[in-house]
Design a protein around this ligand. Structure first.
Ligand code: HEC
Length: 728
């Protein structure tokens, strides 16, 4: 299995100059191998040609070093996620801490070389960060990454900001998002949780937005890597005169947002094309003011990297009503179809599908059918799209609809509880509009997520998946004539309830805090600061009028005067009128009651296992090689229940050593699977959850595997450690 000397190294896996020279001389195997991109290479393959660690010896892997990136023992430390997949360039590892500090380590020892704190001189805006970008030219080496509302360019050798990039090393991520909008750009709630991608001297960026009534549009931007200057903007919500404008009602572009790329992008350098997926349009669960197909929301886009011009688009959900963001970066894969090698784009989805598209044309390689969608039960003003795309191959890698058969049989009590809720709610179609009584469906945090997938040169796609049913409701936003609701409460329902719940109790175990007693923890001033700054997965609310923010704060702290609602607010009929005039913020007639997972009374998923899987799909044929459960609940295994799999966050890496490495599970372990059979060959109990994607690289002839440990996600214990493994 060893790569032959002189054979063309897989072009996309970056080899260091040093190794490259040795290869050219034909004298020895490379001693160093990089992991130069988030996703391993520019095509997002998460593949390494290293095979020192392989199926025969992986069981002997041991910890090589650990690095504590944030001191979690400090009194003022508040647990935050680390989802970062490091990059490695010529023996130096670059990554971020849970507090978004950027650091450089010697990749063979974990010894720190430098650290950069983006918030040394400003109010911190913490959020998850999945990786960083690397650019070099001559002697210059830069790391680009985002923290808060800024994109930073940092000298890779010193850790100091590049003085002539933007404003002393930082540019604002607001730029271009407000194109032609009559809103102050600096009030837009824009951050970026996944890295963008470098093309020549451009850094191309997506964004993370709220996806609710006040979301800005998710335009794609390119900045000059040298100066930070904005070079182009691609409007993911087309403006008058642009292709796709007619897939929305006139003027809604001024009011609505979303259609953002938050999960990261990939690049075909030879073609000069950047590929990315977009999210749902706002408001994600209710589309009464956006009748139409809504391009370029929920699309795979191919964009000319040099100019920002669209090459092609492929929409995977029309008029999304389910938050079916493309949550997973594309994977540039080469497959054999009808005896011909074809460069393709594999795009996996939250609902367990893989679309395989021709990289030049966007045409599906396996036929895709437009299947009829259920349009009954739509709530006031809604017009669901009548059909939705469904690939004929490969088969879905997660369940599509919830049936009675899927109701948990773990205990009779759990079964009865779940069945009762099932009988009260709607389920049974993937494309059923949400309802007031509750709708049960797979998606939201299901199927493929931000961890992405891995592919090897043989055209096999390795994809982890969540099987989780969500129980969500749409609740009417009280109308002006409802005397029981104050202005503060009404604003809360419009802007806050879909995360913090209609009952203000948050979503237990899911990082959305309970606000019902918030006044006992935070002062009005502190709440106001959170609203103007945002925090974690919560967007900033500077786009709301200051007076409205004050009303919400007064409501939450119990100091609101119970004045009656102004007549123009939150009346569905008023909302229709406002849309016509393009008024912002848009006031929808319904809001989500909260993002609730459907769990049994003991906190286990409400369905029969598997609850999480790892899949190997041959993209040449569209057939599955294997599907195995990913992760376990040790206490259930001890009861004799076969391994159930668990919800998982973070992606896989595949190597020439015949291994798929993946963590991400609720049992807080990292594992190596045999890529041929799906058998677990190694597992290691991490000190905290590894909700991140590992990376692998070689320094001085030793192959390392590294993973960020310490995801506080879903109630897991905090941490801030990077752990590297190697053979003894
Ligand atoms: C997209 C989901 C989302 C929306 C919308 C949202 N929040 Fe939050 N909120 C969060 C999350 C997640 C946190 C925890 C952030 C962290 O510390 O990492 C949070 C934290 C808070 C906190 C701090 C709680 C504490 O105990 O520290 C307050 C106060 C708050 N939110 C108020 C609001 C208000 C008021 C609104 C509406 C104007 C709102 N949020 C809208 C997700 C959301």
């Amino acid at each position: 299995m060893k790569p032959r000397l002189g054979s063309k190294a897989r072009k996309v896996v970056g080899l260091s100059l040093f190794a490259g020279t040795l290869m050219a001389l034909g004298c020895a195997r490379p001693q160093n191998e990089n992991w130069p991109y988030y996703g391993g290479n520019s095509g997002g393959n998460r593949y390494s040609s290293l095979d020192q660690i392989n199926t025969t010896n992986v069981h002997t892997l041991q910890v090589a070093w650990t690095y504590l990136s944030t001191d979690t023992a400090k009194a003022d430390y508040r647990p935050r996620e680390i989802q970062c997949q490091p990059i490695v360039i010529d023996g130096i590892l670059f990554a971020t801490s849970p507090l978004l500090e950027l650091f450089a380590l010697k990749a063979d020892t974990g010894e720190e070389l430098w650290r950069f704190n983006p918030f040394a001189e400003k109010t911190p805006r913490y959020h998850s960060n999945r990786g960083v970008m690397y650019w070099e030219s001559g002697e210059e080496q830069r790391i680009l990454y985002t923290a808060g509302t800024s994109l930073y360019a940092i000298d890779a050798k010193t850790g100091l900001p590049i003085p002539n990039f933007g404003d002393n090393g930082a540019v604002s991520l607001h730029q271009g998002v407000g194109d032609n909008l009559e809103r102050d750009e600096k009030d837009l709630a824009v951050i970026a949780t996944s890295p963008g991608i470098i093309y020549k001297d451009l850094v191309i960026m997506g964004s993370t937005l709220s996806e609710s009534a006040t979301a800005p549009p998710g335009h794609i931007r390119a900045f000059d890597v040298r100066t930070g200057e904005l070079k182009w903007v691609f409007h993911t919500i087309p403006q008058p005169g642009e292709f796709g404008y007619d897939t929305w009602p006139e003027d809604t572009w001024k009011v609505l947002g979303g259609a953002n790329n938050w999960a990261g992008m990939v690049m075909d350098e030879e073609r000069g094309l950047v590929f990315l997926g977009t999210g749902s349009p706002s408001v994600d669960f209710y589309g009464a003011i956006r009748h139409g197909q809504n391009l370029f929301a929920n699309c795979v886009l191919a964009i000319h990297a040099a100019t920002g011009k669209l090459a092609w688009h492929y929409q995977i959900v029309h008029h999304d009503l389910w938050d079916r963001d493309i949550a997973c970066p594309p994977n540039l894969i080469t497959v054999t179809h009808n005896g011909k090698k074809i460069d393709a784009v594999a795009q996996a989805t939250k609902d367990g599908l893989v679309f395989l598209l021709d990289r030049d044309t966007g045409e599906p390689l396996f036929p895709v059918e437009e299947i009829p969608a259920l349009t009954d039960f739509a709530l006031l003003g809604e017009a669901p799209w009548p059909t939705q795309p469904q690939p004929t191959k490969p088969a879905p890698f997660s369940r599509q609809v919830l049936t009675e058969e899927d109701i948990t049989r773990r205990t009779p009590e759990a079964h009865d509880f779940v069945k009762k809720r099932w009988l009260e709610t709607r389920s049974g179609s993937k494309f059923m509009p949400l309802s007031k009584e509750g709708t049960l469906y797979f998606g939201i945090g299901g199927g493929a997520n931000w961890g992405g997938n891995a592919s090897d040169p043989e055209g096999i796609l390795y994809q982890n998946s969540n099987e989780m049913v969500w129980d969500v409701k749409l609740a009417e936003i009280p109308s002006a004539t409802d005397p029981s609701v104050t202005a503060g409460r009404s604003l809360y329902i419009t802007h806050c309830a879909h995360c913090h719940g209609l009952d203000n109790k948050g979503a237990p175990g899911q990082d959305f805090p309970d606000l019902s007693q918030v006044a006992t923890r935070l002062s009005a001033k502190e709440i106001a600061a959170i609203l103007s700054n945002g925090q974690g997965r919560m967007p900033a609310f500077t786009h709301l009028a200051g007076a409205d923010r004050d009303k919400i704060t007064a409501y939450l702290t119990g100091t609101e005067k119970t004045d009656k609602l102004p007549d123009d607010i939150h009346n569905p009929i008023a909302a229709e009128v406002e849309v016509a005039s393009g008024a912002f913020p848009y006031k929808p007639a319904f809001t989500l009651n909260g993002l609730n997972k459907f769990l049994d009374p003991d906190g286990y998923p409400a369905i029969t296992p598997p609850w999480g899987t790892l899949n190997a799909i041959d993209m040449n044929t569209g057939e599955f090689l294997w599907q195995v459960p990913l992760g376990e609940y040790p206490e259930l295994t001890a009861q004799g229940i076969s391994i159930t799999g668990t919800e998982n966050y973070g992606g896989p890496v595949v190597t020439a050593g015949g291994l798929v490495f993946i963590a991400g599970t609720k049992d807080e372990r990292i594992r190596a699977f045999d890529k041929q059979t799906g058998k677990v060959l190694w597992e290691y109990q991490l000190p905290a959850a590894g909700f991140a994607t590992p990376a692998t690289y070689m320094v001085d002839g030793t192959q390392y595997l590294v993973i960020a440990v310490g995801g506080v996600k879903n109630g897991h214990k905090p941490g801030g450690t990077y752990m590297a493994f190697a053979l003894p």
